[in-house]
Design a protein around this ligand. Sequence first.
Ligand code: IVH
Length: 351
Amino acid sequence: MGFKQLQSANPLVVSYALMKPNRSERRLLEARKHAEALRAKVMHHDYQYHALQSPEIADAEYDLLYRELVDLETEFPELVVPDSPTQRVGGIGSDDLFQPVKHSVRLLSLDNAFSHDELMSWQKRMERSLGHSPSYVCEPKIDGLSVALVYERGILTRGATRGDGTTGENITANLRTVRGLPLKLKANEGVPDWLEVRGEAFLNIADFEAMNRELGEQGKPLFANPRNTASGLLRQKDSRVTASRPLRVYCHGLVHAKGHTLKSHWEVLSYLEQLGLPVHPMARQCPDIHAAQHYITELEKQRHSLAHEIDGVVIKVDRISDQEELGTTAKAPRWAIAYKYPAEEQTTRLK
Ligand code: IVH
């Protein structure tokens, strides 16, 4: 660009050039502004459609916006940035695919409760240690795969599988294809330099069935269930294949947000949401264990009408200070428990 050449030549000319860009520089500046606005729009509608499943515009209107961005980036390749929604496939992260990733904090598992009696014993144990009854957040326990995500200065730079909890595999290139997951966080009040979150990757049942129908028509072997299918997609060597399928992620935990201290898990969820990360819309605050039990009963009734498979409810102590006081065992936090619903019949496998 003209600026650089002039800069080295004569500082006076630089200031003149900066004040009065020539025509091609003006076009580029305008194109850059336009590309930024288009990217923000496409990112917003990606989130509405893929994360919230509540589109605000028709598919054709979205396609026009997306096409306009692609055309602009084709005309001005210097405007392409790795976090552009057009750059979900290829590029960043592909070289490191499946390389080992050491998690900064171990991914723990959860203790289970199989009855309301077991749930009440857990609650009693906590009440004894804390000296008071805690409040809770209840979330659907998605039957998917844990993922660990890192955003550096707002950009998704690393996504990994759980692995053995200490070390997982780098799957950044495949997670970048998940359209409900922002490549760049929303920067309403600034983004943290370093954000580490945990979530669950999964496929909706309808998408899994459509995929199996297609495989069947091609005479290819079918997947047993949505979870196996999601696992296969995350382990794809060619992220174009992952991109062609509607893999989803809901974030359910914050490991670290540099410079941010939050007082409750509920605040964590709303903070993640503010940053544009997908959070399960059915997460609820429950003031006591009876409210949590009510949530468990109500969700079980809706279990078969949900878009994705769940195998229970995760009940988490809401206040972070209570969580810290309760601590963790070698395997699982003491402040959370998975209430498991009875196992589903594997009807798909039988078919
Ligand atoms: S929180 C330290 N919340 O269940 C607590 N986990 O059986 C970590 N899972 O490995 C987990 N939905 O992959 C949490 N809403 C949710 C979840 C959830 C599904 C998975 C997670 C975890 C496994 C434990």
